[in-house]
Design a protein around this ligand. Sequence first.
Ligand code: NAI
Length: 287
Amino acid sequence: MGVYAVTGAASGMGRAVADKLTAEGHRVIGVDIQETDIVADLATAEGRRSAIDAVLTAADGRLDGAVLAAGLGPAPDPARLPVIAAVNYLGTVDLLEGWRPALAASGSARVVAFGSNSATTVPAVPRRAIAAFLAGDTERAVRAVKIFGKQAGPFVYAASKIAVSRWVRRHAVRPEWAGEGIRLNVIAPGAILTPLLERQLESPVEAKAIKAFPVPTGGFGKPEHIADWVCMMLSPSAEFLCGSVLFVDGGTDAYFRPDDWPRAVPLHRIAGYLRKFRGFSATRRAE
Ligand code: NAI
């Protein structure tokens, strides 16, 4: 049986994952700002450092997997934007960087980060915000969405989830992750009935927008179902799953984006590979 770190373990989908892993006989080290094994505020650098260290100590330097589910939804209060940005992005990538040696020590660790279908269904997310996240500068990311004024919440949220997904895909394939036996993947839920969604539904304006959003299957998802998918992504069956983003969203992403993906790889991205065995040369202009 394995040892798993689960952030956001006190509520919603993180809690559902922690419960399922525990029921399967695994040991779970929960991390959350609320009552769990390790209480830490992932919005601050000190909180993230203490969460990293406390998990490494509790796990004795070896983790079979990690689930990064701590996160905050889009809040209308502009004062909350820096906290949303820090928890959603740095609360995921800083912890993964800090835990990487312990994940490598297991030889076959599996990681699931929580993205969102907001990453592909919110329009006009500023590229500058995504770039700022990926540079680790969450304050600059927040400044980049300020143009949306009181409506900036969904944009900082979507940018944080795009950046988490891209960070995972960039790192998943590298020798220090894939080569060390660590599988990094993303789950991208749609609207799942958790306390986070319930809080949004309390506001009549947000509730109207959420209920009007097209969900081909209808209804909301269940945290227990997401936990089942996450546990599959942590299982030995996920050995060949690397850098994938799994949408479990009732079909909204497919509804809005049927033809956007899959699409052919741009030539310049595989030019190095082609050149190796065919003397092939390609430039961006050749596309
Ligand atoms: P939730 O609100 O039920 O659980 C989130 C957990 O994160 C809570 O236990 C909370 O205490 C913890 N957390 C918040 N701020 C923290 C901080 N500063 N430090 C440490 N822990 C903190 O939310 P839910 O719905 O279970 O969300 C889990 C993940 O799924 C989040 O990353 C969320 O963005 C994402 N997600 C949620 C969707 C939904 O419809 N519920 C849809 C798509 C993605």
